[in-house]
Design a protein around this ligand. Sequence first.
Ligand code: CA
Length: 226
Amino acid sequence: MKRIAVVEDEALMREELQSILEKAGYETEAVCDFTDPAAYLLDRSPDLVLLDLNLPGAGGFQICRDIKQKSAIPVLVLTSRDQMKDELTALNLGADEYLTKPCRRERLLARISNVLKRYEGRTNLLEGNGFLLDRQTYTMYINGQSVILPKNQGKLLEAFLVRDGRTATRQDLCRALWGTDEFIDENALQVNLTRLKKTMAGLGMKMHIEAVRGIGHRLADKGGEQ
Ligand code: CA
């Protein structure tokens, strides 16, 4: 059952939304504590976030930005703000849909169902600090844009991401690139690593590849131990 988080500070509206969603077969959970809702949502990792904009604390735009920078969770904004500039701001921050209140139940459910369908093929995403990598197409999602990596760079980045900060040995990297580690072509490996490093630097990424002496390489946050 798909799980939808309802981020709405008005209790009546929140209950009504939950009731609509539950009758339509969704599991729901409400966010009522607005201290750090983005962190809570990232931790809970629902299938979709239904997000109000006028909220106590940092507000809906900030929540949208935080979720979209750190995850591939779909966000549907449902707000009483009907200004074009608000809609554009939300969409620029990565919101997947923007609906204004009052919203007909059928419309809301149709949009939710659309967004969920759009995301269904997207379980192949690996997550790094500030970006996502689709391991099937080697498409990288970063800073609101998508970049298709050359296959070898994608394979290397995937090999680093699945290790989640642990060091990938030269054998690991050769296996990722060529499907075998029987012989290690140090030069070819270096060429591919250099290309990936250059791509990452060009995108201004928060992570980089660092050498681990005598062992291999790993993906780490820039600027020291974190
Ligand atoms: Ca509100």
